[in-house]
Design a binder for this molecule. Sequence first.
Ligand code: ATP
Length: 513
Amino acid sequence: MTQEELFKKLIAHCKEYGFIFPSSEIYDGLGAVYDYGQNGVELKNNIKRYWWDSMVKLHENIVGIDAAIFMHPRTWEASGHVAAFNDPLIDNKDSKKRYRADVLIEDYLAKLDEKIEKEVEKARKRFGEAFDEEQYRATSPRVKEISEKRDAVHARFAEALNNNDLAELKQIILDCEVVCPISGTRNWTDVRQFNLMFSTQMGSTAEGANTIYLRPETAQGIFVNYLNVQKTGRMKLPFGIAQIGKAFRNEIVARQFIFRMREFEQMEMQFFVQPGTEMQWWNEWKNTRMAWHRALGFGDENYRFHDHDKLAHYANAATDIEYNFPFGFKDVEGIHSRTDFDLGRHQEYSGKKIQYFDPERGENYVPYVVETSIGVDRMFLQIMSAAYCEEKLENGEERVVLRIPACLAPTKVAVMPLVKKDGLPEKAREIIDSLKFDFNVAYDEKDSIGKRYRRQDAVGTPFCVTVDHQTLEDNTVTVRHRDSMQQERIAIADLYAMVERETSFRELYKKLK
Ligand code: ATP
């Protein structure tokens, strides 16, 4: 199965099993907007909990807030979003399809990278045991040729982005002979800038309505509350403010399912530090965040850092944590050193002094900021991509299993009476009653036990508990484990402790630095 086929199956699975539906689907959906279904919302809430606890619960010096989506319009002038929150767009005149010029070039560069890797793999097969990868990369004329081409395009690309040189971006697309995937032609328009913010009106027009924006990031809600939190919480530097909330971007090209949405959710933490210490904190947060991802156990080799080619207008260092999605390595989270840009600009635009009195230094200054910013939906897709697994069983049957870490799974336990009579359903309900205040529990009495297991595997339920006639005699049940499919007999009296131990976030938190 190709990665593309796998991704299509994953999308279909998300819909079929109540994880994600297209928004307003009965009206044929709305571009790049999605709804979370009965299982999706549970997984999403668990992801948010993992993030929130790892920030707010596990750090004495990080507190949370929940700011409004609407903000004073001056906020977005101060932040630079009105002037500069743009993407370069380009149209293909034949297919009439619109693309992000930077993404077309990034995809072209990724293809060259792929070519290099293919050469290396071919050589590995050819040379067998004796293969020296480092030497091959350094000396193969073919690899050298592709690498030089790649580096030259990359250098031009980075410079064009940093200079906002739209004509050069187009020229790179022409020189690299990038074709439209739909029409297959190179008939491109000029590159234009496109502002990604959604705007709306507040108040009635008669009264003189104000144009306001749907926030394109949650960060600004934190910056404008910096003084409130610092003063009321008597916070000392370094300290952080965390927030989870919706953000909106009028993305030019919405692709890859929930990877790029127009309405999405962010989990952001702004960490305020002494000027001059920001690089140290940036490195620290890079490591902390990487550890958070890796703790989920999806394989360290599937994550990497990728430094930005173009620094945003506010940043002096920026990196992404990328995950190996079915469509390649793509960013899930950004870790940015934002300097004193945001607080400094809000100080200037609001006329209010936004500073910190440092008792050790005996001076006032505008703190520097290191931000960690991750999309809930992208994290959701990352987990689904990593967890989705098709397996052939010993008896020849196939199963789809979601290997979601137990603490994140939407349902923890499914309780199943072997038959719908003889008092077994009643006994199953008793077990549910003993668990339901603390865990998400499902009841299922329909179809054969095998089919019921398959249904629970498909939504990632870690434990199935079967109640049979023996249960009525000795108060034991069969517990079947999702990943190993092993079954064990345990006493009902021990069930609660087992589920608590296996599904708690505790073990995950212990792995974090
Ligand atoms: P990209 O380069 O993919 O457009 P970005 O670098 O502009 O993203 P940031 O502004 O750094 O993204 O946003 C931080 C995080 O928010 C991203 O790492 C991503 O997880 C999430 N995010 C950003 N835009 C979207 C979107 N349109 N849909 C879903 N998640 C998003």
